[in-house]
Design a protein around this ligand. Structure first.
Ligand code: ZN
Length: 216
């Protein structure tokens, strides 16, 4: 993603997704890492969006959304996740492709059209990757699979962040939401799991850290 294609909306959406709570300032380093941008460009963008009245910038601590920023971000995330639902549930697209296409539809689709879509889909409350669709609140977050205790069985409740390559690799392995996984082994580099069909899989920690689980 280059700077030119990342809009103000994307910044607000990223803050909304990445922050711990609405009141906790999100460190700019996290936005930098998320977009793979320089410190300077993220800092400039934060100042610009603060000037627009969409976020509050706390030097050395990070940013929070203002009421208006919150409204824009929640609407963006809502559009993104509703279109993901449509693409997976109605068009049967794989969940990695759905995420990538929704990245574009979230900007292109008018709000009124998206609301019709919400009605058609039966007002879903979560995306195909387990992310809450605003105004739905986050469900039980669980723990990352990379931190789950060996010997126990867990159910996958969410993939976050949604990295297309990771989603693709999981789809190839036949791993999705609600898949039951038994943790075999944890090392600093990888998580060994056993699937319900007996297959043993070793996932790099970069992947298992994005798989949020709760005890099955
Ligand atoms: Zn999603």
């Amino acid at each position: 993603m280059s700077t030119a294609t990342v809009t103000s909306e994307d910044y607000l959406g990223a803050i909304y997704r990445l922050r711990e709570t609405p009141e906790t300032p999100l460190p700019l380093s996290q936005l930098q890492e998320h977009f793979n941008f320089t410190r300077v460009s993220v800092h400039e963008m934060a100042l610009k969006l603060a000037q627009c009245g969409w976020l509050t910038y706390y030097p050395y601590r990070g940013v929070t959304l203002t009421a208006e920023g919150e409204r824009i971000a929640a609407a963006l995330v809502r559009r993104h996740r509703l279109w993901e639902r449509f693409l997976t549930d109605m068009l049967d697209l794989p969940w990695d492709e759905a995420h990538a296409i929704a990245e574009r539809l979230e900007h292109a689709a008018p709000e009124a059209v998206t609301e019709k879509l919400a009605g058609l889909l039966g007002e879903p409350t979560s995306c195909p990757h387990g992310g809450p669709i605003p105004p739905a609140l986050p469900a039980q977050p669980g723990v990352p699979l990379s931190a789950a205790g060996p010997g126990r069985t867990f159910a996958i409740v969410r993939i976050f962040p949604e990295v297309p390559e990771t989603l693709h690799q999981l789809a190839v392995l036949g791993i999705g939401l609600h898949t039951a996984v038994q943790v075999r082994q944890q090392t600093p580099e990888a998580t060994g799991i056993v699937l319900s069909d007996g297959r043993e899989v070793t996932l790099p920690v970069a992947i298992s850290a994005t798989m949020w689980v709760t005890p099955a």
